[in-house]
Design a protein around this ligand. Structure first.
Ligand code: GLA
Length: 394
């Protein structure tokens, strides 16, 4: 009897672990590295339509972004139309034929993403998936959709009526699980992006509801202060990310014009160290050479997409100066020296404190300069709001 009890108790402990392992095996089939692509929201908001999405796909190819690794072309909120008598969702007049659009995007070697909410309404008050989860997942699969961003919004009203934080949490978790199961049932690999702004420490349970990525914060904007607030607040959650399941500090603002080049370099460098999804949020059809080079810097992208999938973390702060480190698959480390002050600052690092013994080789990712730190110590001037991003090896 005692044995049986022990076995039962063991099963209860082991089973959730096994379930989680098989869930992770499923989710790793997509997003084995952080998803890269583009999303319509940051730049276009509700001014998004079929022609604009095609133009973005064209530009993703002609600018070299596709070849740099950007793959997903994601339509955010405001595509949704009405449901028909059978409950099937149709796009509104801005998107006359979603399947034809998916075919077009696929024809360019890219993938198409879409957006919905577990609530009755999306954030922009369009039709959500509440009560139609399986139907919608199947519709997306029939169209050829490859990525779903599932944004809490409309469900929050129902959660407020739940009576307790625990009951509200359960409503949310059940809703995200329901859509995950619906997506699995279609048999089509679809990246599942949770968007609920980091509530209830989503990094702790996002993978267990099938999320390939989950937003960890509220919305980004095209301002240094907001980007920095979000990016530098990511310290401490690295252990929850890995192949198939990533922390998402929101989409990129590079190229939207509200930050200078140093600030956008900080944005790219920090997101790469964070193993963050790289979803451009600008108008790809109107990019300056500087914007293209910021987005496509292959060494920065390589850090973001490093196959070990270990998210970096903050190792030290001194006033506005922060050092962040990400271990990479080849044994080297990406080291970001970030200066959050508006004026330049001299920053010092002792690589011995970052796990290196003896001399180290330094490669400055943005300038391409190579140097050596013979005694393991290094000092450099970092521009205001800027970064020096190094690849450090023995
Ligand atoms: C929320 C999300 C944004 C965007 C909008 C669309 O604010 O966080 O990323 O999807 O909704 O309405």
């Amino acid at each position: 009897m005692r044995n049986v009890l022990v076995k039962c108790a063991l099963a209860a402990v082991v089973l959730p672990g096994l379930l989680l392992t098989s869930l992770l095996a499923q989710t790793t089939k997509v997003a084995s590295t952080p998803p890269m692509g583009w999303n319509s929201w940051n730049h276009f908001r509700d001014k998004i339509d079929d022609a604009t999405v095609r133009a973005q796909a064209d530009a993703m190819v002609s600018s070299g972004m596709r070849d740099a690794g950007y793959l997903y072309v994601n339509i955010d909120d405001t595509w949704e139309g009405e449901r028909d008598a059978k409950g099937i969702i149709h796009p509104n007049t801005k998107f006359p034929d979603m399947k034809a659009l998916a075919d077009y995007v696929h024809g360019k070697g890219l993938k198409l993403g879409i957006y919905s909410s577990p609530g009755p309404k999306t954030c922009a008050k369009y039709e959500g998936s509440y009560g139609h989860e399986e139907q919608d997942a199947q519709t997306y699969a029939d169209w050829g959709i490859d990525y779903l961003k599932y944004d809490l919004c409309g469900l929050r009203d129902m959660m407020k009526e739940a009576g307790s934080p625990e009951a509200a949490h359960k409503i949310m978790v059940d809703a995200y699980t329901k859509m995950h199961n619906a997506l699995l049932k279609t048999g089509r690999p679809i990246v599942y992006s949770l968007c609920q702004y980091g509530n209830d420490a989503v990094w702790r349970w996002g993978a267990s509801v099938g999320g390939n990525l989950w937003r960890t914060t509220g919305d980004i904007s095209d301002r240094y202060a907001r980007m920095a607030d979000i990016g530098f607040s990511q310290a401490g959650i690295a252990k929850y990310a890995g192949p198939g399941h990533w922390n998402d500090p929101d989409m990129l603002e590079v190229g939207n014009g509200g930050m200078n080049a140093e600030e956008y370099r900080t944005h790219m460098s920090l997101w790469a160290i964070l193993a963050a999804p790289l979803l451009a949020g600008n108008d790809l059809s109107k990019m300056t050479p500087e914007t293209i080079s910021l987005l496509t810097n292959h060494e920065v992208v390589a850090i973001d997409q490093d196959t070990a999938g270990i998210q970096g973390d903050r190792v030290s702060t001194e006033g506005p100066m922060e050092v962040w480190v990400r271990p990479l698959a080849d044994g080297s480390k990406a080291v970001g020296l970030f200066n959050r002050h508006p004026q330049p600052m001299d920053m010092r690092v002792d690589f011995r404190q970052l796990g290196f013994n003896g001399p180290v080789k330094l490669h400055d990712v943005w300038t391409g300069n190579n140097s050596e730190a013979k005694n393991g110590e290094y000092q450099t001037r970092v521009p205001g709001h800027g970064v020096v991003l190094l690849r450090v090896s023995k």
